[in-house]
Design a protein around this ligand. Structure first.
Ligand code: F6P
Length: 555
């Protein structure tokens, strides 16, 4: 495949989605379906399950039949996607057009997993060749750490890899480390320090021997306050622990960044730097050099398997008609739930303990991408955008918050994610796990009527308590096995889902201006906490809290 930068951003003229006839049609479908219960929809169509389940690559099945939708409403959503230019903007992204217009950048995380030998052009330069050069350097380095050829300053082999980064420079690698635990070399432990809270650094390093510890300072900008603070603390910890001078840094610190100047200024030799590019957004970067810890953990071959999984879903998204396109359909179901059923949150509930951090990862991917109230044209939106994304693995969540999902006053759409093949086939564990995920989706959809409760002989006064309304929507994504390849596919599924929704909501899914103000204000407050008592410069609340903190710290 050879692609070249498209001249346009692929965005259609900035028309409010709500003013399109397709939106009005969807409102009519929502009214039509308002009284419909999933019980009746299933009863009326015995083939509903298979007709609303879609095959993706690698044996992934996405079943949306338990969403409060029917074939006509789905067709109307697809028409909306077409009217909003999802396909054109997708093609523009793949072609390297600068669709991140507020930052003047291309959006090419898909190039990070493009096969060797293919080409994607940005500003007249191919970017896939450089991607593979970095991957090759990462592989050589990862192999040398894994084999023990790379040693620390004292000659000991590396046993601890500590990734220092935050947001996109932390959440993906930390999530992947857990997700791929069964593929990891257990002789090298990876730890992840992200918070500027010193507890984080202390806890993650307290049992590490500095002589056996390698720090990866991961930061796209190499200016992020938390990361630079933790990196400086790590350098002090290392040199104090080794009783060595600055020359020890070279064997214990590597950097992953787009900012060579800042990396050198920190004291890391740029020979030990793994680069990436401004066309990779932080939250889309776990498959770039930001994934160095992942590659050290699972090895270059499995890392490339993960990239192949990403690429398989990229190709599915790029080439499959919207009618059968998993990420597009997932995005459209989300638009339906958010804008037409008015659901404010989405629970992502993987039934695999290794995906413990998956919903935290998705929080950044979805909420930093589409948590926007201004369109690409700079106009305030008059429609809802990103829901709150949250969740944790089942079955644990069942014993915590599912009560509210079943019988609370808000409708919470759920994404259930399940794997048929367990990593550890112990006793009946897997059958129990799968029975639970299926049972939850079934209970949410169909509920239990008062008559059914009474038929169980339940006392009259308890019937209202034991009755379940049902009609609570969910999607089930069923995969074969959680492998590096499947993880790549799953993440790309959500990346392109986010893309689809961003197109419909008309927002830029690739900037994050909303995080800036807090950073600026924190920088202003830092000196006010420790220096001479500051002149009151804040509101009376902030001022009182600064005063109290200073007093408690004896300042
Ligand atoms: O503050 C938000 C953010 O810019 C994220 O988008 C990003 O992933 C994170 O900070 C870390 O940024 P960096 O990799 O530049 O340290």
């Amino acid at each position: 495949m050879t692609t070249s930068a498209a001249a346009t951003s692929g965005s259609p003229a900035h028309i409010a989605p709500t003013s399109r006839p397709e939106w009005a049609a969807l409102e009519a479908h929502a009214t039509r379906l308002a009284g419909a219960h999933l019980r009746e929809l299933f009863k009326a169509d015995s083939g509903r399950g298979p007709s609303l389940a879609f095959e993706g690559p690698g044996g992934m099945l996405m079943d949306i039949s338990k969403q409060r939708i029917d074939a006509q409403a789905l067709a109307a959503l697809i028409a909306l996607a077409r009217a909003c230019g999802v396909e054109q903007r997708r093609d523009a992204m793949f072609a390297g057009a600068k669709i991140n217009s507020t930052e003047g950048r291309a959006v090419l995380h898909v190039a990070l997993r493009a096969p060797r030998g293919t080409r994607t052009m940005v500003d007249g330069q191919d970017v896939v060749g450089p991607v593979h050069e970095v991957l090759d350097r990462m592989a050589a380095f990862a192999d040398s750490v894994r084999s023990g050829a790379w040693t620390g300053h004292t000659g000991k082999r590396i046993r601890n890899v500590v990734n220092i980064g935050i947001g996109g420079s932390d959440l993906g690698p930390a999530m992947a480390y857990d997700a791929l635990a069964d593929f990891a070399d257990r002789g090298v432990r990876c730890r992840f320090v992200s918070n500027v809270d010193a507890n984080d650094f202390f806890e993650k390093t307290r049992d590490c021997d500095p002589a056996e510890t390698l720090f990866i300072v991961a930061s796209k900008t190499f200016t992020t306050l938390e990361t630079m603070t933790n990196a400086a603390t790590a350098r002090e910890w290392l040199l104090a622990g080794l009783g060595a001078g600055k020359d020890a840094v070279a064997k214990h610190f590597v950097a992953v960044s787009t900012a060579a100047k800042e990396v050198s200024a920190f004291g890391i030799d740029t020979a030990n730097m793994f680069g990436f590019w401004d066309w990779v957004g932080g939250r889309y970067s776990m498959d770039s050099a930001i994934g160095l810890s992942t590659m050290i953990a699972v090895g270059p071959a499995q890392f490339r398997e993960m990239l192949a999984g990403f690429h398989a879903m990229d190709e599915h998204f790029r080439t499959t008609p919207l009618e059968r396109n998993l990420p597009a359909l997932m995005g459209l179901v989300g638009v339906w739930n958010r804008n037409f059923l008015k659901c404010a949150t989405l629970a992502v509930l993987p039934y695999d303990q290794h995906l413990d951090r998956f919903s935290s990862y998705l929080q950044q991917l979805e909420m930093e991408s589409n948590g926007k109230h201004v369109t690409l044209a700079g106009e305030r939106v008059a429609w809802d955008t990103c829901p709150v994304v949250w969740g944790q693995p089942g079955t644990n969540g069942q014993h915590a918050f599912y009560q509210m999902i079943h019988q609370g006053t808000s409708i919470v759409p759920c994404d259930f994610i399940a794997f048929c093949q367990p990593a550890h086939d112990l006793g009946q564990h897997q059958d129990m796990l799968i029975a639970n995920v299926l049972a939850q989706a079934e209970a949410l959809a169909f509920g239990l009527t008062a008559d059914e409760v009474r038929a169980q002989g339940v006392a009259a006064e308890l019937v209202p308590h034991k009755q379940f309304d049902g009609n609570r929507p969910s999607t089930t994504v069923m995969c074969d096995r959680l492998t590096p390849r499947m993880l790549g596919q799953l993440i790309a599924l959500y990346e392109h889902k986010v893309f689809t929704q961003g197109c419909i909501w008309g927002v830029n899914s690739f900037d994050q201006w909303g995080v800036e103000l807090g950073k600026v204000l924190a920088k202003r407050i830092i000196p006010e906490l420790s220096g001479p008592a500051p002149k009151p410069a804040h509101d009376s609340s902030t001022q009182q809290l600064i005063g109290r903190y200073r007093a408690k710290r004896g300042r």
